[in-house]
Ligand binder design. Sequence first.
Ligand code: SF4
Ligand code: SF4
Length: 337
Amino acid sequence: MRELERIATTAGFDAVGVAPAVGAPHGEAFHAWLSEGCHASMGWLARDPERRCDPKRILPGARSVIALAMNYFVPDSDLPGDGARGRIARYARGRDYHNLIPKRLKRFDLALQSEGGQQRCFVDSGPLLERDFAVLAGIAWHGKSTLALHPRLGTWFLLAAVITTLELEAGTPMAAHCGKCTRCIAACPTGAIVAPHKVDARRCLSYWTIEHKGALPEWIRPLLGDRIFGCDTCLDVCPWNRFAEASREASFFARPASQWLLRDYLALGEAEFRALFEGSPIRRAGRQGFLRNVCTALGNVGDSADLAALEKCRSDADPVVVEHAGWAITQIRVRTP
Ligand code: SF4
Ligand code: SF4
């Protein structure tokens, strides 16, 4: 374990633990969640769910799962109040962790290979219920918001996992410390946390602003507020986040591209969008999705100074952008007669 801790620290991780490669404790709940359609249009989640719940199906002969957490918390920066800016989820303000973390996991793979192990490494997009293994490994508990919580890091961390054929000494599962708190459930602007430990993606703003393709349904638009990529509300209110310290990882610090005035994003063509968000998670939404979100946020928080940029978008080549720009103009005119 000491060697794992040493590798984890030098690779920039903030917590490490080992779980046995058993079936995921929330496997049944995950199946029920899928059968209720709570994964919305994220079909890849429903692809081979058995595999996600069992490390041995991912790596035959798996004996242990190394669970890792990397702090990505960065404090909010003070920006001049010269116009409406959008809110971007903290994890997406800097560089994409999908480019960063796999390289760091390679160090575990190499070290364990030298002991005769075979490994599979995952971060977030991996086909494994990583949260369950973080709990079994004793580095986190399963919060009512469905996020993993760590006593020191709060909720501001990314989880990664290394499945190995080596038998490593497992930690003690972490007990939950949410107690009677229900702040995340009460604060969710859309009621997406439909029960403790259960988020319905069909109501969640992270889903709508990042994963959903095409137009946003009218009912969700006012609920976006000024969010243009993801939602941190259930993290912001969590009392365990009061201990949060800034990440050691410079890659997570906000890039200037995530701090523009909302109306300035509307001038981005396809090539400029790709160049501006090169290496950023925001590219995942695509120009259509991002400008759709920006128009919606302007409809909620913009004013007459934003109308000219929105009017230009009405002749955009993308019909989704055109429609959302029109919606935003109507909202602003109703609000500021
Ligand atoms: S991310 Fe936002 S919308 Fe989704 S559950 Fe959390 S608070 Fe609700
Ligand atoms: S806000 Fe409260 S209930 Fe929600 S995850 Fe944090 S401690 Fe748990």
